[in-house]
Ligand binder design. Sequence first.
Ligand SMILES: C[S@@+](CC[C@H](N)C(=O)[O-])C[C@H]1O[C@@H](n2cnc3c(N)ncnc32)[C@H](O)[C@@H]1O
Length: 223
Amino acid sequence: MHSVYADPSWESYYRSRPRGRYPSEEAVRFFMARSPKDHAPRVLDIGAGAGALAWFMAKQGADVVALEGAPAALRQLADTLRFFGVEERVESVAGDIMRPSSHVSGSFDLLVDHYSLYANHETRLRASLREYLQLLAPGGSMLSCMFGVGCSGLETGVRIAPNTWQDVAAGAHAGMTPVSLWTEAEAIELYRSAGFAVLATENLVHRRGELTTEKLILHLGRG
Ligand SMILES: C[S@@+](CC[C@H](N)C(=O)[O-])C[C@H]1O[C@@H](n2cnc3c(N)ncnc32)[C@H](O)[C@@H]1O
């Protein structure tokens, strides 16, 4: 039995349902655009969940380290890797994505945060970015997919820090706690102040009925 590193709300989430197995457009675009052309990339999948990105990147030839802190997610990840036949190319690591250097070593061509870092208190998140910068190889790139303060439902939660809410009861973040959300300018400043260069940004707003989800997507390099 692995230790639980993610907030227990994630363990409950994965115990209650399977998470999707296919990567998002923003993840595929980042991987295809930013992978080195002359060698197979070494990739850190930050909060790999059920492995929707890990298997895809491994199929494309990457050596993937999948860091994840919810034991039930790690079980789904193992199933996904088996299903797509890429167990050999993905190393699964149980650990805290807020303290990556305690769990992984060496440097990575690509760091992939696909909606994972945001699910933590902003103080820990800020501190973790300095570790991620150290793990990024010269010339390497990081994807950070986060959420914007335009997401609906935040008003139902308790704001415990300028950018962190807990116990949100409605919208995309209902039941997941804590969550840190930003304006686009704040997200850029978050990474710049940690020493990253911002290579590209994208802001996507999805509206489904009453539900609004704002996604902030950043491509980052070493500053
Ligand atoms: C929204 S899910 C995204 C999962 C995956 N990246 C994907 O896109 O399918 C957030 C993931 O981050 C993990 N996570 C959040 N905070 C964590 C922490 N401090 N340590 C380890 N894992 C964490 C959760 O367990 C969950 O699997």
